[in-house]
Design a protein around this ligand. Structure first.
Ligand code: PLP
Length: 366
């Protein structure tokens, strides 16, 4: 065995399923169903069409992605030195782990939440502990307690798979009690009623991460970033790959984030469809917590002992891919991304069909 024992022992993160069948509607990884801002596509085209070698692909890109840092700083009213860019926010989460956590040290995360955090701990040779959400998707005081070796705490807000949020006041309280950085993962905050970027300047241990994958419809581009106190960004710049963002992604991401009109219009559309999807699923008897993200979490109460997997399988057979999640003791359920109105209506019709034959007839789902 040549590999490190912790790599050998780990299962490895499994990204969301990619359909083999053409025409499958993907509602399983919270991608945006709409086309990104044309300004993002134009920015890429401009680089490709440029005959000027210095602005083409033969040169290394700007190491910290300075044009994006300046644009994000302007939009959110902060200094560029507080922004760090990465190859998707997964890269940002890797940089955070490598900067703050040594082998054998401890990472804390809520459960159920984003599965990647545990994989990052394993790769780093660190330990992790999971603090369970209660039935109202709140966290117990243990989440904020200091502990020997605790070096980093992850908190997605809105959370995945629930779409629920902790209030800003709660997040501030958690950070005040923690002896280490609190990472507020705001992958979905553009769909939420509030965000925590302004808390970064209030507390030296709050870091907010963002991505263009969801709210900007650029999952294929790979661009994420964070806001942190400048002294921490300075340290993280040493850890990241020198050119972790390429020339095309820097140009497109900068154009996309500046197109606030596109983003606001897209947000309005997604929120309206989210309402339609939530109400539709509740009408079918599912318990759905109020979501502030671009997906909803659905559990059918009359399936307590059985599994939600047959619904997932039925949908898949009919060309709709949703996310089936099984968290063991915390139970299982379906996470459905907000697609277009047409996709959501069809998906709801399929679920209605399934539920009417499988549940009202009294047969249990097995
Ligand atoms: C999707 C997601 C990310 C990662 O997004 P990237 O595509 O890597 O930018 C990070 N955190 C959460 C909670 C997510 O759901």
């Amino acid at each position: 065995m040549y590999e490190r024992p912790e790599i050998h022992a780990m299962a490895g993160y499994v990204p969301g399923e990619q359909p083999k069948r053409n025409g499958t509607v993907k509602l399983n990884t919270n991608e945006n169903p709409y086309r990104a801002s044309e300004k993002a596509y134009d920015a890429i085209r401009e680089i490709c069409d440029s005959r000027n070698n210095a602005s083409g692909l033969s040169r290394y890109p700007n190491p910290p992605a300075q044009p994006f840092r300046e644009a994000a700083a302007e939009i959110y009213g902060v200094e560029p030195e507080t922004v760090l860019c990465g190859n998707g926010s997964d890269d940002i989460l890797t940089i955070l782990t490598r900067t703050f956590v040594g082998s054998g040290e401890l990472i804390r995360l809520p459960r159920p939440s984003y599965i990647l955090y545990a994989s990052l701990a394993e790769i780093q040779g660190a330990r992790y502990e999971e603090i369970l959400f209660d039935e109202n998707w709140r966290l117990p005081p243990a989440f904020a307690e200091a502990k020997d070796g605790l070096k980093l705490v992850f908190l997605p807000n809105p959370n995945s798979p629930s779409g629920t949020v902790l209030s800003k006041g709660t997040i501030l309280e958690i950070a005040e009690r923690l002896p280490c950085p609190l990472i507020v993962d705001e992958a979905y905050a553009d769909f939420s009623e509030f965000h925590c970027i302004d808390l970064v300047s209030q507390r030296e241990n709050i870091i907010v991460t963002r991505t263009l994958s969801k709210a900007y419809a650029l999952a294929g581009l790979r661009f994420g970033y964070l806001f942190a106190p400048p002294n921490l960004v300075e340290q993280m710049l040493k850890v990241k790959d020198s050119y972790n963002c390429d020339a095309l992604s820097i140009a497109a991401a900068t154009a996309a984030i500046c197109d606030t009109e596109w983003q606001q219009e897209n947000r309005r559309t997604i929120l309206a469809t989210r309402k339609r999807l939530t109400e539709g699923m509740r009408t079918l008897g599912f318990a759905v917590p109020d979501s502030q993200a671009n997906f909803i979490w659905c559990v059918h109460p009359s399936l307590k002992t059985a599994s939600h997997k047959p619904i997932y399988e039925y949908l898949k057979q009919n060309g709709y891919l949703v996310r089936y999640m099984n968290y063991g003791v915390s139970g299982d359920g379906l996470r459905i991304s907000v697609g277009t109105d047409e996709q959501i209506d069809e998906c709801l019709a399929l679920i209605r069909q399934f539920v009417s034959t499988e549940i009202s007839s009294g047969t249990s789902l097995t």
